[in-house]
Ligand binder design. Sequence first.
Ligand code: SF4
Length: 376
Amino acid sequence: MLLRQGVAVVADPAQADVCYVNTCTVTGAADRSSMQLVRRAARSGARLVVMGCLVERDQDRVKDIEGVSDVWGNADKERRLARFGPSPERSRALLKVQDGCDRDCAYCVVSGLRGAPASVPASEVEKRFLSLVDDGFREVVLTGLNLGLYNDGGIGLAGLVRRLLDSDGRARVRLGSVEPDTADRRLLDVLREPRVCPHLHLPMQTGDDRLLGRMGRRYSTGRFAELVRQTRKARPDVNIGVDVIAGLPGEDDASFRRTEDLVRSLRPGYLHAFSFSPRPGTRAASMDRVPSAATRRLRVSRLREVSVRLREEYESRYVGSVRRAVVETRSAALTDNYMRLRLRCDRAPKPRSLVDVQVVNGKDGGREGVVTAFSR
Ligand code: SF4
């Protein structure tokens, strides 16, 4: 809306009249980088609005920074930003359909800040989806704090996805992260739909059953492995990404080895590995036997190395094949199965559009996509 009124986005805060900073508090590192960003923006002299989870958790700390003009908690943020619409620089639309969580994971600070689960009514989601498609988006990513808890009077996440697919045939749908205990048979069935991206991101967190119990996670490693197996059965080309937290309280060498072993046996397409960070106010913050910072760093870096190998292993299977990809920039695209490619094409395809690409190995070892067809 602001953009349509002639407001321009600038890269350098020093040139801005107004700065909006969206904060995160999921880890100590996120806190620190949010505060750094706020201080940097405050030095610009622009009117400064700070929003998001750090504001929700510690409003006074943010307000006290000289130069902060206004602070918006999460409810305020949602209400005010809804007017702006998606950023014109986005090639894929993020559509938030759910917020809040009633789980009680010991390390999680975010669920307490966002309140009880709440879902955007399916009719409203459909309306927003159609408007995004009319704006030219051909990939819409459904997001939520605990997306699998989506429920509008009995319409769950799978039902919502079917409704969106039926409402318009032009765009594809990608699911954001889904908690393992909410991924049911209906969700796996909907993954078989050709216009649902074969990509599922699952927070596993640890491969040690004792730690899963201690952290209040509602599944076992056996159940997680079965979910991965069933997901591949439903959609054999699926790219499964897995979150892992290294250094949870009580994680000794043996439990970390169990995590590595589980990852190696499941062979996901990539990992997102984080270091445990005790968040004030969470149960995990007062738990004992937290591995040292150096051990946590070492374990994260080991997991990241494993992730590089896993990604290579998954992606190399698709070299030579043709995948449908959404154009992100004139030279980059993202395939349905979550492979980011450098585009090779005689004429630059339109960002946001879908193209068919043949996956090839680039000269420098990266992956490229040779455009074989443009979408209608
Ligand atoms: S399921 Fe996710 S959002 Fe909910 S408490 Fe656990 S970590 Fe937090």
